[in-house]
Design a binder for this molecule. Structure first.
Ligand code: ATP
Ligand code: MG
Length: 329
């Protein structure tokens, strides 16, 4: 079968200096993945997991130390030009800087089409179609600096599609977006996949976003893919990880409060104690938050601890990793 992306023991190491000492980071560690044509593939993982490094190798921005990959059937090391014609790239964090704010959307697209060697007549037709697809036809002449965030994202997505690539690499496209623009971006990505048949490789920190959008989800940790599953399986895993956060205003002895809460029969262990803008947060593992929350409320009242909130909390990557490790034992 022909894959959109296929990696073979793909690896990249970085040498860094920490306090004068050399340290080797295995950013991507012998990764083997196969992504079918037309798939919407989500890559999840905490900071530093290796997502961007993996995408950068697939985009021929950096070379692997070991292994290789095929994009649209072309080898990233031997056929980089053919690879580059096969994909569009979008990076949420640096994306904003990749448009000329004092040019209109149309002029931006025309300029980038020229850089990508798209023939003039083809470019004209394609720009019209892309502006239409992204709902920008009316505002095509407006300067990008006058656009809303959501509109800028749409121009950047259009930019990634100028050479009509079958594959799109989207590195955290929703990072830093307000809720409305993030929802809009997700809808557009779904349309690009469903209506135009683009293969999408999508990275994110947001488990719920990935679970909602993708047909397959991989989770990376320390350079390795440790989960590769359909979203239903991730959903199941997330459902099993239940926790409650107790936000404590002031507490002279947080540890002691945590110990008292763990003593409640329906409360499991302490997952984490952290500080936020409002005070301290104790995160507790529970089997059922609806049973645990009233019990916790009663206990803190008896203990006379000043608590500003008790709520259900979302699972973290660490929770998933701990769960996976415990299942392996
Ligand atoms: N150019 C570089 N030089 C040295 N180390 C690097 C370089 N690029 C990445 N790394 C290291 O490689 C590891 C993987 O980084 P990478 O940016 O790929 O992670 P990521 O999953 O994209 O993280 P994030 O979610 O924060 O974007 C990290 O430990 C990072 O510090
Ligand atoms: Mg990254």
């Amino acid at each position: 079968m022909d894959y959109a992306v296929e990696t073979f023991q793909l690896s990249k190491m970085f040498e860094t200096k920490e306090k004068g000492r050399k340290r080797v980071v295995k950013a991507v560690d012998h990764v083997n993945i196969k992504i079918g044509k037309g798939e919407f593939f989500g890559l999840l993982g905490p900071n530093g997991a290796g997502k961007t490094t993996l995408i950068k190798m697939l985009c021929t921005i950096i070379l692997p130390d070991e292994g290789t990959a095929k994009i649209n059937g072309y080898d990233i090391i031997k056929e980089p030009y053919k690879v580059r014609r096969s994909f569009g790239w979008f990076h949420g964090e640096t994306g904003g800087r990749s448009l000329y704010w004092r040019l209109s959307a149309e002029d931006n697209l025309r300029f980038y089409a020229y850089l990508q060697n798209v023939p003039k007549d083809v470019a004209k037709r394609r720009i019209d179609a892309l502006l239409e697809f992204f709902g920008l036809t009316e505002d095509r002449g407006k300067l990008v600096k006058e656009y809303s965030t959501g509109m800028k994202v749409r121009v950047m997505l259009a930019r990634a599609l100028l050479h009509n690539p079958p594959i799109l690499f989207m590195d955290e496209p929703t990072i830093g977006l307000d809720t409305i623009s993030a929802v809009e971006t997700r809808k557009l990505l779904t349309a690009l996949n469903a209506e135009l048949g683009k293969t999408i490789i999508f990275t994110s920190h947001n488990m719920f976003e990935v679970e909602q959008l993708c047909q397959r989800v991989a989770i990376m940790r320390k350079g390795r893919i440790i989960v590769d599953a359909p979203p239903s399986q991730l959903r199941e895993m997330l459902r099993e990880i239940r926790s409650v956060e107790v936000e404590v205003r002031e507490a002279s002895d947080l540890q002691k409060v945590a110990e008292q809460l763990v003593a409640i029969p329906v409360v499991g262990k302490v997952l984490e104690i952290k500080n936020n803008a409002y005070g301290h947060v104790i995160r507790l593992q529970v089997d059922n938050e609806y049973e645990a929350i009233p019990e916790i409320a009663e206990k803190v009242q008896r203990l006379r601890v000043k608590v500003s909130a008790i709520r259900q909390s979302e699972p973290t990557f660490e929770d998933i990793f701990v769960k996976l490790a415990s299942e392996e034992e």
